[in-house]
Design a binder for this molecule. Structure first.
Ligand SMILES: [Zn+2]
Length: 409
């Protein structure tokens, strides 16, 4: 009798529950599709993300290395800045990739959360549907379900009661299977969500590291440009200063020449003899010289690093070694200036003059007649000079000319 009752009840249950639970059943079916296909897809996405994560961790920019390699090739600012900029470009590209990855992960997490909500809803619906069926059975007085409910402390325990599960009808088992799959899908999504959040966190850390690297390079560049600009303004000031000094020298020398010319004109008008240059070759003015440290003409200035006109030859010679008059002449000046130091200027006649600078001592005075090869002073490093040398200039008709036209090595 009990056996029959149960069979009838199962038939009723199936009919009633199936017609009343089509929505739930459909939802359960969809959830098992999510469980199979979407999880497989997620898993391949996660393994892709893990590869990207490894690449991120191994690809963090080594700023120290970049700076070291730049340091060794830091010959001029333009190439330094160019190299820094290309490093910055590389980091910026990496940063863009990282940010794109972060965006993508955020999107995936949002999607996963939505799927989680959906799976939880399916779980709830299925649970409610099962409860309804149980209630229905209870109302029909089915002793088995009543006993199951009364003796189970939780729904989980209810499900795990093997003896009862075996007794459930085919439809009950299918519903139970759907419920289990939904539950698994939820667990899987939770796991994925956690993994994706972890990867996102690592991507953010890597992006921050790259940003910090970029900042280090940018500040290195700013500093370098700052140093260079200070150097430029420093140098351009030095160049201006140097040019002003040379202009002052030339003005002083021109004034002396003008004074000499006026004096000669006066003498000529008084029919008195004036000095004439007979075209003879000069004596070498610094016989102890070791080398020409700076030649006459346009050259890169040794300390200023810019192209400058050098109006004489610099003859490096030991301190105190003799300075000789290149040719017979009259001492036009034998004095000190802050740039020329102790210097002598000789008039050789016919607009030809010689100038001897940076002497440690002078052995002639203004107005004195000197002869070719006579010592007029001693080599030194006075005025604007960085080492003992004789700066020897020749002027003809108010302009500098090459001393090599008058002396030979
Ligand atoms: Zn010089």
């Amino acid at each position: 009798m009990g056996k029959w009752k149960k069979r009838i009840c199962v038939v009723l249950c199936v009919i009633v529950t199936f017609s009343g639970s089509q929505v739930q059943y459909a939802a359960a079916t969809e959830s098992s599709e999510l469980t199979n296909d979407s999880i497989k897809e997620k898993q391949s996405q996660i393994s892709e993300a893990q590869k990207a994560k490894q690449a991120l961790q191994s690809g963090v920019t080594d700023v120290k290395k970049i700076l070291q390699s730049l340091e060794s090739s830091k010959k001029n600012l333009a190439s330094y800045v160019q190299q820094l900029d290309s490093s910055l470009d590389g980091i910026q590209k990496k940063l863009d990739d990282l940010n794109a990855m972060i965006d993508e992960k955020s999107k995936e997490i949002t999607e996963t959360k939505a799927q989680l909500v959906k799976a939880e809803a399916v779980e709830k619906e299925q649970y409610e549907s099962m409860k309804k069926r149980i209630k229905f059975m209870y109302e029909r007085g089915d002793a088995m379900y009543v006993e199951m409910i009364l003796t189970s402390r939780s729904f989980g325990e209810f499900l795990n009661k093997n003896g009862y599960v075996q007794k459930l009808a085919e439809y009950d088992q299918r519903m139970l299977q759907n419920y289990k799959e939904t539950k698994e899908a939820i667990d899987q999504y939770k796991k994925e969500l956690e993994e994706e959040q972890e990867i996102l966190g690592e991507a953010k850390t890597a992006a921050k590291q790259e940003e910090a690297s970029m900042q280090v390079l940018i500040s290195a560049k700013e500093q370098e440009i700052g140093v260079y600009e200070a150097d430029i303004s420093n140098k351009s000031n030095l160049v201006k200063e140097y040019e002003a000094e040379i202009a002052a020298q030339t003005a002083a020398i021109s004034a002396l020449e003008k004074a000499v010319a006026e004096e000669k004109k006066r003498l000529e008008e008084a029919n008195q003899a004036v000095r004439k240059y007979d075209g003879g070759i000069f004596t070498f003015p610094a016989p102890s010289y070791k080398r020409v440290s700076d030649d006459y003409g346009y050259r890169i200035h040794p300390t200023l690093g810019v192209k400058q006109f050098h109006n004489g030859v610099d003859l490096a010679a030991p301190n105190g070694s003799p300075i000789l008059a290149g040719y017979d002449g009259t001492v036009v000046a034998a004095t000190y200036s802050s740039t020329m130091g102790n210097y002598v200027m000789l008039d050789h006649g016919d607009g030809l003059y010689t100038i001897y600078m940076h002497a440690s001592a002078l052995s002639v005075s203004k107005g004195q007649e000197v002869s070719k090869g006579q010592q007029i002073g001693s080599v030194g490093s006075t005025g604007r000079s960085t080492g003992p040398h004789l700066h020897f200039s020749v002027r003809l008709n108010g302009a500098y000319v090459s001393p090599w036209n008058y002396i030979s090595r």
